[in-house]
Each structure stands twice: as C-alpha cells, then as structure tokens.
Design a protein around this ligand. Sequence first.
Ligand SMILES: [Zn+2]
Ligand SMILES: [Zn+2]
Length: 339
Amino acid sequence: MSRALFIHGPHEARVAPFNLREGRPGEVLLDVASVGLCGSDLHYFKDGGIGAAVIKAPFVPGHEFGGFLCEDLEDRGLARGTLVAVDPNKACGHCEWCRENHPNLCPNVEFIGAPPFDGAMTDRIWVPASQIVPLPPAFDPLDAVMLEPLGVAIHAVDLAKPRLLERVGVLGCGPIGLLVIQVLKAAGAGEIFACDPLPHRRAMAERVGADRVGEAVADIVAWSGGGCPLVLEATNSPNGFREAVLATRIGGRIVLVGIPDGDTYTLPAADARRRGLKIKFARRMGEVYPRAIELVATGKVDVRSIVTHRVGLEEAPRVFEALAANQPGYVKALIDPRP
Ligand SMILES: [Zn+2]
Ligand SMILES: [Zn+2]
C-alpha cells in the first residue's frame, strides 16, 4: 500500500495510506524520487485553499517533482528506471488561451498537485506521458524537482523583460525570489536590490548574487534614490503589492509573482496611479523547461544551495509547520517519499 501526505484543511497535514488509482490511457507510472514543498502548497496548508481553489476533500499536494519511470517509454527513447521531471501543467491545447500560446492560463488545465488533482507527495504517481520531461544524464532528483520553481522564475523574468544592466528590486528572498535573482543576472539585468524580513533568507540572497540585501522595502527605496525602474515581487504577504509599488520609481514596471496570504492585497491606489506603473501578474509558466534545464546544466543558476532540508514522507507534516512558522534556516524543503 502506498502512503501519501494529505492536507485536510488549515494546519492539518497527515501521512496516511493511499490507494494508487488506476492508470488511464496515455499515462505512465513513476516512482517519485523527490518532491518540492512550494509556497503554494503552504497556502493550501495555512489557509485551506487559494482563492476559489478550496480543498473540499483530503488532498495530496506536490507539483514540483522528479521520478523514475516504471516502464519503458519507447517512443521517447526512455528506458524503465530513467529519472525524469514532470511538467505539472496539462493544458487542454485547444482553448483560446492555449491557441494564443498561454498554456499557463488555460481554464481547462489539469494541474498535477492543485485541487482536485492529487499531486506527488506519495511514493508512486500516474502522470500523462506527454508531461514527461527528459533530463541530461548528470541530473539528480534535486535538479529534477527544482526545474518547476525555476520555470516560474524564468516566466516572471520573461514578463519583466529586464533591459541590459537595468537596476531591479526583488521583494522576498524565498525559493522563488532567490531563483528570480539568478535568472535576472543570467538575463543581463544590472544591480539587484533585494529585501526579506528573515535574516537567513537575506544571507542566501547575498550568496546567490544580489548586490544589496535589506530587511525592508525602505532599504530598496533608499539605495535606489526613490525606486527601481523594475521590481519583481515574490513575497507571500498581503502587503507585497503595496511594497512593490513603493519600491518602483515613476513610470516603472512591476511583476507580481507571489501569492498573498489570505488571497487579498491592500494597496493605496494613489501610490500606484501617480507613478503611472505598468503592472503584470505572473501565473505559473509557459514553455520554460528547455531553458530551465540549460540554466542548471551550465551552472548559470545554482538550485542546490537553495535546498535547506530533505526529509522522508513521515516528517513532511513537521516541515509544513516549520515553513508556515518561518522557522530560522528553512528555505526550500524537499520530500523524498520512498523509504
Ligand atoms: Zn510551485
Ligand atoms: Zn486550454
């Protein structure tokens, strides 16, 4: 019998036996090698949902994962036992948004690990073969897991379109903020000013290449002399939008990547309006896996140093609590569900 981590509702995560469902046509079975605990999983844990996506029945999270093929995938040239990553976003392929090349916005999406679709915090999972992402031979399960959050960072930077050597503010130095900082550098951005209230996250932001890292948005405002031309927000705070506005200079651009606790932003309209800001919301990602793989393979992005914890499935509920409580030392946690 499989076991899985179930979220039942706010602050209720439990590991329990799990009946692996039958495979469907076009699906392939994976032994889950490792699965990341994402900020969005934490929202399900803390709030019991994200906006209208409310957990109605015990739900298995996990959309950032790699696994070993349980059978040959002959048409892809992949043998049983090969480590692969999985793109969790199975878009319908025929709606307006899919046809306009926005599979991340598809309203008919089946997203592995977003309710009601169970995710990978379990030992085995059926996934559509079309979602399998082959990996270079040197990749290990950690690399496979981190491609998904790295893809989110790539998509955010794609939307932000940093100009060469442009100064950028980054709010929030959690896993996504730390990846955004590195992708910005790879994309040719200039000085990066970051902020985060947690000291261990600030230290990590310095290590991955932020030029100056402060405790609060006021630091970014001071260092930039009134705001940066481009700001990426990757916090989980209802004040994230407001602070992004304050960190942006007149006529600047903002990309909002974070998901706010409680699903509500507070924002004085005049601050944003008077600056004439251009604001974009990042939603998941588009076609990013080839670039994510290249950034990791070439060492342009270091995904390893962001991972601070790797635990077995039985310890996962404790890690959810620790991350929800902002415990010192926790940045990215991976769960290795197989004993
Ligand atoms: Zn995620
Ligand atoms: Zn679609």
